[in-house]
Design a protein. Structure first.
Length: 248
């Protein structure tokens, strides 16, 4: 019986880790000592390296100061802008984008057109924001034909990736310049590409249909794209009501 107990106990004794049993290696350590573990420092790996943006604001201001002092001549503008970017190891994309934003806030429409067209010759900073800013500048400067030419290039090149705001920009321009036929052409492109107009754009589209005596199509557009609910001030409070309800 004692032999059978010893056989069952032997595997358990063999499983005791070193230094845990009596007289084990752990007994030689101090009572409060701990083993020192050296950990390797973590190395961070970045898939994307952020471009250096330091000084881009000063570069943008230098661009604005440069073009502001020049006459409205293409050769003079382009030559100065070439010198502005000549000594940069990489094209100053961030500075150029900031400069366009500053010119937009200052409402310098002609300078925006000049700088943007120069960027287009370089193939740089051709973002949707840049195109939108250029279309706005052409519209504000009264150059509808040029804006239409830029729009045609954009819609033919990118087609299904053109954002809603560019469609809205063109419809706004054509509406203000009294071209309802052009408004409806843009709307037809939006319908084909599945772009849903915002409420202001939908009203301008409806207005274009009215100009051609098609009030039923105006009602269709407004019913389809205007929200069913809107907020009004009633008895000193802001309340939500149905657009076609009695309070509307």
């Amino acid at each position: 019986m004692a032999g059978a107990f010893a056989l069952r106990l032997a595997p358990r004794l063999a499983a005791v880790p070193p230094g845990r049993g009596k007289g084990g290696g752990g007994a030689s350590r101090g009572a409060g000592s701990r083993a020192l573990v050296t950990k390797k420092p973590n190395k961070e790996h970045h898939l994307w390296i952020r471009k250096e943006t330091a000084g881009s604001g000063k570069k943008a201001l230098r661009l604005i100061d440069t073009v502001s002092k020049l006459p409205n001549e293409k050769e003079a503008i382009y030559g100065a802008l070439d010198k502005w970017s000549a000594f940069e190891p990489e094209f100053p994309i961030i500075a150029a984008a900031k400069a366009l934003g500053m010119l937009k806030r200052r409402r310098k429409w002609l300078r925006i057109i000049q700088v943007t067209k120069w960027l287009m010759t370089k193939g740089q900073v051709l973002t949707w924001t840049t195109y939108d800013t250029l279309l706005l500048a052409l519209f504000m400067d009264g150059r509808v034909d040029e804006a239409e030419s830029i729009w045609t290039t954009v819609i033919q090149t990118h087609t299904r990736s053109v954002p809603k705001r560019l469609f809205s920009r063109m419809i706004l321009m054509y509406d203000i310049h009294h071209h309802p036929d052009k408004v409806l052409e843009i709307y037809a492109d939006m319908e084909e590409l599945g772009v849903r107009p915002d409420e202001d754009t939908a009203r301008r589209i409806g207005k274009a249909f009215v100009a051609f005596g098609q009030e039923e199509k105006e009602k269709y557009v407004l019913d389809r794209y205007l929200k069913k609910w809107k907020y009004i001030h009633f008895n000193g409070e802001r309340v939500r009501v149905r657009r076609d309800g009695p309070l509307a």
